[in-house]
Write a protein that binds this ligand. Structure first.
Ligand code: ADP
Ligand code: ZN
Length: 751
C-alpha cells in the first residue's frame, strides 16, 4: 500500500467508548467506500472479528462525525504496531467469503489509477449487482435431472418434476412448474434423480446448431492457432492479433484455441461487442462446447449471481459476454479472446470509463495467459502495437474456401448522373434489382434512424431543434413526431417556421424509416424489414429478424450499423451503403477510422455464398482515404495513410488524451469552470515537454438534457504523466454546486 491513509475515520469530537486507545498492537483493516469518500480508510479490527475480516470481503464501519454505518470493501489487513492516533473499529463483516480475489483487488486498484476513477466505484463496477446484493437476493442452486433410472417407479408427481428439470431450474421454480411440494424435489435430490446443475443454462429459445468443426485448418489458420497455443502450453502471456476479413476463419481459430484451453483443464473468457448483435458467434461456442455461460445484459441479478458462482466454482469452461464479462471470476483462466476488438462498445461510457481491451491485457499478463484479439479492421491502437513488435499479428488474408471478396462500386453523389428522387441512386437500384433477380438477398446500411434527419423551413433554412439539447430533431413516423436523439424527448412540430413564420416545414435528409418506404415503393414485390433501435426494442427481436432473414423470409434488410456486425448470410448478394460519409465529418479524430471500419465490415457481408456478390457505396467523397480503402477491401491502406496523420498530431496511438467534460444548467458557470480547469492544467504542465491543453471550448453537442457542455482536452506523449498532471490540476478544485464534471481517460467518444 503506497498511499497514505489520512483517514476520515479518525475525525471525531468525543472519543466513543469502543476506541481502544491504549492498545499498542492490533489488527488494522484498510477499507474503501463505494462512494462518498475517495481515500482508503483505516479501521481497527476487534478481536472478535479478526478471523472474518479479510481483503475482498465487505465490512460495516462507522463514518464521519455522526458515525453513520456504511458498507465498505476491505482491501488490506495488517497486524502489528498501531498508529498513535486512535482508530474507529469495524462493526461487522458482511460476507461469508471474499467476493474479490487478491488479483481482482489489485486489478481494480490499477483500473482506478489508469482511468482516474475512484477505487470504490471500480469495485462496485466489477461485481454484478446480484453478488453485491446477495444478502437480500438469496440465490438457490440450479437443479437438473441426472437421467438416472429410479429404483422405485416414479409417481406421476415425480415424473412431472423430472420432465420439468430437463434443463437447469431452481428448486422453487421446479416445484411450481411440476405443481408439487418442495419436499418432493428434495427427495429426488436425495435419491440422485436430480443434481445441482454443473453449468449455467443456455439462454432459452435458441435452437442448437450442429457441430461444425472443420476437418482441417487452412495454413494461415494453423499458423495463427500455433501462435496462440505455443504460449498457452508454456504458461506464458502473449498478445496475438488475428487480422482477417469477415469469413476468413478467425472464429474457428478461437474455437480451437478454446478447445485446447479446456483440454488443459483451464477456462476461457470470450468477449464480444454485444450479445444480442452476435447471436451466431454465441451459438457456435455453445454448439461446440455445451457448457458455456453467456452473460447477457438481460439476466436478472439472481441469474447473474448464479452464473458468477458457477464460474467461480470452476464449473463453467467458457464464458462469453460483452465488456464486463472480463471480470468473470475464473479461478483457472487459460485464455482471453476479444472478437471485433475495434468496437467502441468495449469502452465503458460511464464511470469507471475503462476499456475492456486494456483490462484484458492486464489480466492476461498477470495470469500468464494468451490474449487473442480478432478483427477485420483492427483499431489503430492495436495495429500500432503490432507494428512496433509488442503484439504479434497473424494475417488471415482470404475467405475460407477461397470465395472472392465482392467488387465494390463507389457512386459519387456529386455526379449529376447519380441524381435521384430518394436516397437510392440509379446504380444502387440496379444493383438491388440484379441481386433480387438472381434470387439473392440485399442488406442496406444507413446509419441514421428515423424518417428524416431534420425538419426545415424551406424559406429561411431554420431547422426545428430540441428544447433542451443543441440538436436538430429527427422526424419519426408514424405520427410525424419530432424526436431528439440526444435526450429522447418527443417535440411537437410547429406548423409554421418558428423563426420566420413561413408556413409549412419540410422533412430533410433520409433516415432508415424513409429508406424503408422508398425501398418498398421501388421494389413492391420484395419483402422488406428494418433493423434499428426503433424496431428492435423488445427482447429477442434481433434474433427473430435475423432468423427470418436467414430463412429467406426477408429479401431486403434495411438497418443501422446493427446489421454490420457478426452476421454470416450466404445468400446476401448485394450490400448497399446509402451514405458512407454520414459519420466522416464528425468532430472526432477517429471519424475516418470509424467510417472505414463500418464500410469495410458491412461490405464484407456480401457474396459469402456461392452466388457471388457486389457492394455499392454511395458517397460524396469517393477519394477520401477511408472510403477508398474500404472500397478496395484494403483496410491496411487506410492504416498506412492514417497513422502518419495521427503521429504528426500526436493523437493516439502516438499520444494520450484526457478529456474533461463540464456540465451545468448554467451556461456561464460551465464555461467559467471549464476555463478554470484549463488554466490549472496549463499551470501544472508548464515546462513539461509535449503536453498540450486544448480549450475550454463548447463540446460538439453544446447542450444536452438542459445542461450546457464545455470540454477541455489534455494531450501528452505518455499516459501516466498526463494523468498525474490532470490529478494535480483538479485535486484541490472545489466544484460549485451547479457544476458537474467528468474525466475521460483515452476517450472514444468526443461529442
Ligand atoms: P470469421 O470469424 O473470420 O468471420 P469464421 O471462423 O466464421 O470466420 O469462418 C467462416 C466460415 O468458414 C464459417 O462457416 C466456418 O465454419 C467456416 N470455416 C472456418 N474455417 C474452416 C476450415 N478450415 N475449413 C472449412 N470451413 C471453415
Ligand atoms: Zn434533446
Amino acid at each position: 500500500m503506497t498511499e497514505k491513509h489520512t483517514s476520515q475515520g479518525r475525525l471525531f469530537d468525543t472519543a466513543p467508548e469502543w476506541i481502544l486507545d491504549d492498545a499498542r498492537q492490533g489488527t488494522v483493516a484498510t477499507v474503501v467506500l463505494p462512494d462518498g469518500v475517495d481515500r482508503p480508510l483505516d479501521y481497527l479490527v476487534p478481536e472478535s472479528l479478526a478471523a472474518a475480516v479479510e481483503p475482498g470481503r465487505r465490512v460495516r464501519v462507522p463514518l464521519g462525525r455522526g458515525n453513520r454505518e456504511r458498507v465498505a470493501y476491505c482491501v488490506e489487513v495488517r497486524t502489528g504496531d498501531l498508529p498513535q492516533a486512535p482508530l474507529k473499529s469495524v462493526i461487522a463483516v458482511e460476507d461469508e467469503a471474499a467476493l474479490l480475489a487478491p488479483r481482482m483487488l489489485e486489478l481494480t486498484r490499477w483500473m482506478a489509477d489508469r482511468w482516474m476513477a475512484r477505487w470504490g466505484e471500480v469495485l462496485e463496477a466489477v461485481l454484478p449487482a446480484g453478488v453485491r446484493l446477495r444478502r437480500t437476493a438469496r440465490v438457490t442452486p440450479l437443479l437438473v435431472a441426472t437421467g438416472a433410472s429410479p429404483t422405485r417407479p416414479p409417481t406421476p408427481a415425480q415424473a412431472r418434476v423430472l420432465a420439468a428439470a430437463a434443463a437447469p431450474i431452481t428448486a422453487e421454480a421446479l416445484a411450481r412448474a411440476a405443481d408439487v411440494s418442495r419436499a418432493v424435489v428434495s427427495r429426488l435430490v436425495r435419491t440422485g434423480l436430480l443434481r445441482a446443475a454443473g453449468a449455467v443454462p443456455a439462454a432459452p429459445g435458441r435452437r442448437p446448431i450442429r457441430h461444425d468443426r472443420p476437418e482441417s485448418l487452412s495454413a494461415e489458420q494453423g499458423a495463427a492457432l500455433e501462435a496462440i497455443l505455443d504460449p498457452l502450453r508454456r504458461g506464458k502471456h502473449a498478445s496475438i492479433v488475428l487480422f482477417g476479413v469477415t469469413g476468413s476463419g478467425k472464429t474457428e481459430v478461437y474455437l480451437q484455441a478454446v478447445e485446447e484451453t479446456l483440454a488443459h483443464g483451464r477456462q476461457a473468457i470470450v468477449l464480444v461487442p454485444e450479445i444480442s448483435l452476435t447471436p451466431q458467434t454465441c451459438d457456435r461456442f455453445r454448439a461446440r462446447f455445451g457448457s458455456v455461460a453467456v452473460l447477457h445484459s438481460h439476466l436478472s441479478p439472481a441469474e447473474r449471481h448464479a452464473q458468477w458462482r458457477e464460474i467461480a466454482a470452476g464449473n463453467v469452461g467458457v464464458v462469453v459476454g460483452a465488456r464486463s464479462a472480463i471480470f468473470a471470476p475464473t479461478p483457472r483462466l487459460g485464455l482471453i479472446v476479444i472478437d471485433e476488438e475495434h468496437e467502441t462498445s468495449f469502452k465503458q461510457a460511464t464511470a469507471p470509463r475503462y476499456h475492456a481491451r486494456d483490462v484484458a491485457e492486464w489480466i492476461a499478463r498477470a495470469e500468464g495467459v494468451p490474449l487473442v484479439l480478432g478483427s477485420a479492421t483492427p483499431s489503430l491502437e492495436t495495429f500500432q502495437r503490432c507494428l512496433v513488435g509488442e503484439w504479434r499479428m497473424c494475417r488471415l488474408p482470404g475467405r475460407v474456401g477461397g470465395t472472392e471478396l465482392p467488387p465494390v462500386l463507389s457512386v459519387d453523389l456529386r455526379d449529376p448522373s447519380s441524381r435521384s428522387r430518394g436516397a437510392i441512386t440509379p446504380r444502387l437500384a440496379a444493383g438491388i434489382r440484379w441481386a433480387l433477380d438472381a434470387g439473392g438477398q440485399v442488406m442496406l446500411l444507413l446509419n441514421r434512424r428515423g424518417f428524416a434527419t431534420a425538419v426545415l423551413c424551406r424559406g429561411c433554412g431554420h431547422s426545428v431543434r430540441c428544447g433542451q439539447c443543441d440538436l436538430a430533431v429527427t422526424l419519426h413516423q408514424p405520427g410525424s413526431r419530432g424526436i431528439c436523439h440526444g435526450c429522447g424527448l418527443v417535440a411537437r412540430l410547429p406548423a409554421d417556421c418558428p423563426a420566420c413564420g413561413a408556413p409549412g416545414l419540410v422533412p430533410r435528409g433520409t433516415g432508415t424509416q424513409r429508406l424503408e418506404d422508398q425501398i418498398r415503393a421501388t421494389f413492391p414485390a420484395a419483402r422488406v424489414a428494418r433493423m434499428d433501435t426503433d424496431t428492435m426494442r423488445s427482447r429477442g427481436s434481433h434474433e427473430r429478424t435475423l432468423d427470418a432473414f436467414r430463412a429467406r423470409e426477408i429479401d431486403i434488410l434495411v438497418g443501422t450499423q446493427m446489421i454490420a456486425k457478426g452476421l454470416d448470410f450466404p445468400a446476401v448478394m448485394l450490400v448497399g451503403v446509402v451514405n458512407a460519409d454520414a459519420a466522416l465529418h464528425l468532430a472526432d479524430f477517429r471519424a475516418s477510422e470509424r467510417t472505414c471500419q463500418l464500410v469495410t465490415q458491412v461490405a464484407g457481408r456480401s457474396g459469402r455464398g456461392s452466388l457471388g456478390g457486389r457492394v455499392v457505396v454511395q458517397t460524396s467523397t469517393p477519394d477520401h482515404p477511408a472510403i477508398r480503402a474500404a472500397a478496395a477491401h484494403d483496410y491496411e491502406a487506410f492504416v498506412r495513410s492514417e497513422l502518419p496523420i495521427r503521429e504528426a498530431l500526436l493523437y493516439p496511438p502516438f499520444g494520450c488524451v484526457v478529456r474533461i467534460v463540464v456540465r451545468s444548467v448554467n451556461g456561464p458557470a460551465a464555461e467559467r469552470w471549464a476555463g478554470n480547469v484549463a488554466e490549472r492544467l496549463r499551470g501544472e504542465s508548464e515546462g513539461v515537454p509535449g503536453i498540450r491543453v486544448l480549450g475550454p471550448a463548447p463540446a460538439p453537442i453544446a447542450r444536452l438534457r438542459d445542461r450546457f457542455r464545455w470540454h477541455v482536452q489534455a494531450h501528452g506523449p505518455e499516459g501516466g504523466l498526463l494523468r498525474e498532471i490532470v490529478r494535480r490540476a483538479t485535486a484541490t478544485l472545489a466544484t460549485p454546486d451547479d457544476v458537474a464534471w467528468i474525466v475521460d481517460v483515452d476517450p472514444v467518444e468526443m461529442l
